[in-house]
Design a protein around this ligand. Structure first.
Ligand code: ATP
Ligand code: MG
Length: 504
């Protein structure tokens, strides 16, 4: 780590990248200094991940050059980049599910002893770095089955054990709750103090303001603003990102009806118990709680993705027998899942096909869905959700945030009775976030009963008529909009007994 021969500065000049003649990066100059954190901001599709991938040796630039400490730096692949001290934590988690946590952390450089992998040492080292990060997981267990947030933390551990001189965090907080994010930010401060140069990408501008020493803003593949020192006004950042003013608005949700659309009675599974709540026509109910509290498990059960052991789900006064996602959709319950990669999108198909897939039967004119229907649907959703990028290309090639919008669009093609949104704005930029909020409110106004799960407390409080708090798989409270303050929600989120330590 103290090997200064690698140089204190990674310098990129005039970086360009194009796909099929379209430039997604144009003449970008970028500097990473050891001992400093550079915040990288920009709208979805602005080119942040592309720039990061080039620096980390995942993609080759079409123009420009890079140096480390004045010496040419042309990484052939990520391993080559690592050997020069450059690491990246991906926006999309890339792990081998069958391997253990420790094996994933040390992939490619497992400690050996007399020619064989030294498992005891590997488990111990993995345990140490996980403890440093505050992650409670057994290094021996396989990664498969771990929740997204934990996988993201393991991904971070993997980069950290390599003691890189330069490290890029591509939106790590998008999948993390506030507590986990706090730990990541602390870890970054720690790495900075130890002399690493860090790039931090996030759509949460408060995180950028807090952690960054310098800030760079990309728009449409060009560097449009750069600030030395993080003393930048939030509105100034937003203006640079979207090229216009975007007022932060505190809007109340539209009024709702009294009749109950969804009733959940005593719902239980192995992960949660005795969940009781209802949602009225046009009402937005937020499910809040810490990561791992059971929120996602509850909505997955409601939407037929997971089994429950006990309890009833009633839609419009009728008991809904939900054994599969199809059953749920038939009863009028639709969920937008949190994990777009494995549960939501077919990344090989284009945006339009993804959005029409669940609705083929309803959209088909005479048994067959036509391309013009697909295109019309796609164009409508793209307009409403401001989806940017090549919509005829496989969805996997869209930027992370735009994939999120396609996923949302997929479930909005037809209006359900009950719409469940699990992390609806994960990885989505400020402008599109406002657009998604507006859509949620207008769906509510049209009578849809809505459940929102989000690890961003601000988001839950802003959107919801009522907030239901989950802790340790139990429902610990239900707060009306007027009583739902961040303090009150946090109190209910921390399982009793630990409440006192949480205030320290
Ligand atoms: N392999 C590819 N082929 C074609 N286009 C691509 C490819 N990879 C990326 N792009 C396009 O490059 C543009 C920049 O994408 P990038 O992922 O860098 O954006 P980003 O700033 O990271 O956005 P987000 O905030 O959504 O993560 C997007 O329009 C994307 O669709
Ligand atoms: Mg990105």
């Amino acid at each position: 780590m103290d090997d200064l021969s690698t140089g204190d500065t990674l310098l990129a000049t005039g970086l360009s990248k194009q796909y099929g003649g379209v430039f997604v990066l144009t003449g970008v100059d970028f500097t990473i200094n050891r001992g400093r954190v550079t915040g990288l901001i920009g709208e979805n599709g602005a080119g942040k991940s592309t720039l990061s991938s080039i620096i980390a040796g995942i993609k080759r630039p079409d123009g420009g050059a890079m140096t480390i400490g004045g010496h040419p730096y042309r990484p052939a692949d990520p391993l080559d980049a690592l050997s020069r001290g450059v690491a990246i934590i991906h926006q999309e988690i890339k792990m081998i599910p069958e391997l253990s946590v420790a094996e994933n952390i040390f992939l490619g450089r497992m400690p050996t002893r007399r020619g064989a992998v030294d498992y005891p040492s590997m488990y111990e080292q993995a345990g140490t770095v996980l403890r440093e990060l505050g992650v409670r997981v057994d290094p021996r267990r396989p990664v498969a089955g771990l929740v997204t947030a934990t996988q993201q933390e393991i991904e971070i551990a993997r980069a950290i054990v390599r003691r890189p001189s330069f490290i890029i965090f591509d939106e790590p907080s998008a999948t993390l709750g506030s507590k986990e994010t706090e730990r990541v930010l602390e870890q970054i401060e720690h790495m900075r103090a130890n002399g690493s140069g860090v790039v931090y990408i996030s759509h949460r501008l408060d995180e950028i303001a807090r952690i960054a020493d310098d800030i760079v803003c990309l728009r449409d593949g060009r560097k449009v603003a750069q600030w030395a020192g993080a003393d930048v006004d939030r509105n100034e950042m937003i203006h640079a990102m979207v090229g216009r003013e975007l007022a932060q608005r505190d809007i109340d949700p539209p009024a709702h009806d009294d009749d109950v659309v969804l009733e959940v009675r005593g719902l239980s599974s192995e992960r949660f118990a005795d969940i009781d709540f209802h949602v009225r026509r046009g009402e937005i109910v937020g499910l809040s709680g810490l990561v791992g509290a059971g929120r996602t498990e509850i909505v997955r059960a409601l939407s037929g993705a997971d089994k429950c052991t006990r309890g009833e789900v009633v839609v419009d006064g009728q008991i809904a027998r939900i054994h599969s996602v199809r059953d749920a959709i038939r009863s009028g319950i639709v969920m937008v899942p949190e994990d777009r990669k494995t549960q939501g999108l077919n990344l090989d198909r284009c945006a339009g096909e993804n959005m029409t897939l669940p609705w083929e039967r309803q959209l088909a004119k005479s048994g067959l869905i036509t391309y013009s229907v697909i295109r019309a649907t796609r164009d409508r959703m793209a307009r409403e959700l401001e989806i940017r990028g090549d919509l005829d290309a496989p969805a996997g090639l869209l930027s992370g945030g735009n994939q999120q919008k396609v996923l949302l669009g997929k479930w909005l093609v037809r209006t359900p009775k009950v719409l469940i949104l699990d992390e609806p704005t994960r990885g989505v930029d400020v402008g599109a976030k406002e657009a998604i909020y507006t859509i949620i409110r207008s769906l509510a106004a049209s009578g849809v009963a809505i459940i929102v799960v989000s690890s961003e407390l601000d988001e839950v409080l802003l959107l919801s008529h009522r907030v239901i708090v989950i802790a340790g798989g139990r429902q610990t409270g239900s707060l009306d909009r007027s009583e739902a303050t961040p303090e009150r929600v946090m109190q209910l989120s921390v399982p009793s007994g630990r409440a006192s330590t949480a205030h320290k």
